[in-house]
Design a protein around this ligand. Structure first.
Ligand code: PBG
Ligand code: ZN
Length: 323
């Protein structure tokens, strides 16, 4: 019995490695960190086992561990002590995120620090911008204005890249203009260009304490049924000056990743979100799957679909498995 064709190149490990089309590296990952006020705080949140809210000092130490694993990039989310209608904590140089960026860059100049730029963690209503009380929805242009303010706070604190996640129209152009006219021409923007209104964000909202107090985010986040609109959003963000595009969530949207990859030549990130993490974690903990194997299979699917960058709560586990 001779093989007809495909099995010849599956004969042994070395040959399988030689013909493998896609690979994973610690270079691909961005690891999310949730920063809380206080000192010595490392609090696990039950909906995301293995993910912690950390005070700034603990986050600085965490970066040491990340570097040992070969991880070089983090994305920061701030959880302020006090929230108000416009998210003031995110708009001043002594807010939680500004101090976190400064402390981390001071201790680890070699850590690439990305900041999530949004308002839902900082507002008392939990929405991603300023509420227009007449229509009870988010005022786009007013939110653009304070988004530029927030971007300048991050930039002055020394952030390496900003990632606006609020899904306001025109945000990339507004941020690019604001950064350029204030001397930050070289600061890249990773656009949450295709961010769907999704049930998969549930656990994140527990960790980031950012659930909306009324309504949902469907007047600004995208409808998961729309592929053409996702492509338009990506083309639009590229035209406005985005440096990197993103699809989020990823698992239920791998077709969207692949299609956008065909449409634009910008680098593509995917956000492997909290609900995706929680599902895998719980299936593993229940002994229903071979966790490590399913984890790596899932990560490689993102790369195969076209992702260059993977933002994932699994990054440390993946790095340990790649060692
Ligand atoms: C804030 C933001 C969210 C996530 C990243 N940035 C939540 C949301 O839009 O409600 C989700 C991340 C995750 O679920 O892991 N705009
Ligand atoms: Zn938000």
């Amino acid at each position: 019995m001779s093989f007809k064709r495909f099995r010849r190149t599956r004969l042994n490990n070395v040959l399988r490695d030689l013909v493998r089309e896609t690979s994973l590296s610690t270079n691909d990952f961005i690891y999310p960190l949730f920063i809380k006020e206080g000192e010595g705080i490392k609090a696990e949140v039950s909906s995301m086992p293995g993910v912690f809210q950390m005070s700034i000092d603990v986050a600085v130490k965490e970066c040491e561990e990340l570097k040992k694993l070969g991880l070089k990039s983090i994305i920061l989310f701030g959880i302020p002590e006090t929230k108000d209608s416009i998210g003031s904590d995110s708009l001043c140089d002594h807010g939680i995120i500004a101090r976190a960026i400064r402390a981390i860059k001071e201790a680890h100049s070699d850590m690439f620090v990305v900041s999530d730029l949004c308002f839902c963690e900082y507002t008392d209503h939990g929405h991603c911008g300023i509420i227009d009380h007449k229509t009870n929805s988010i005022n786009n242009d007013a939110t653009l204005e304070i988004s530029v303010q927030q971007a300048l706070v991050h930039a002055k604190a020394g952030v390496d890249m900003i990632a606006p996640s609020g899904m306001m129209d025109g945000i990339i152009e507004a941020l690019r203009d604001g950064l350029d006219s204030n001397g930050f021409e070289n600061l890249p923007i990773m656009a949450y260009s295709t961010k769907f209104s999704s049930g998969y964000y549930g656990p994140f909202r527990d960790v980031a304490e950012s659930a909306p107090s009324f309504g949902d985010r469907s007047t600004y986040q995208m409808d998961g049924a729309n592929l053409r609109e996702a492509i338009s959003e990506s083309i639009e963000d590229e035209a406005q000056g985005a440096d990197i595009l993103m699809v989020k969530p990823v698992l239920a949207y791998l077709d969207v990743v692949a299609k956008i990859k065909e449409t634009t030549s910008l680098p593509m990130a995917v956000y492997n979100v909290s609900g995706e993490y929680a599902m895998l974690k719980n299936a593993g903990a229940a002994g229903l799957i071979d966790y490590d194997r399913v984890l790596m299979e899932t990560m490689i699917s993102f790369k195969r679909a076209g992702a260059d960058i993977i933002i994932s709560y699994h990054a440390k586990e993946v790095a340990a498995l790649l060692k």
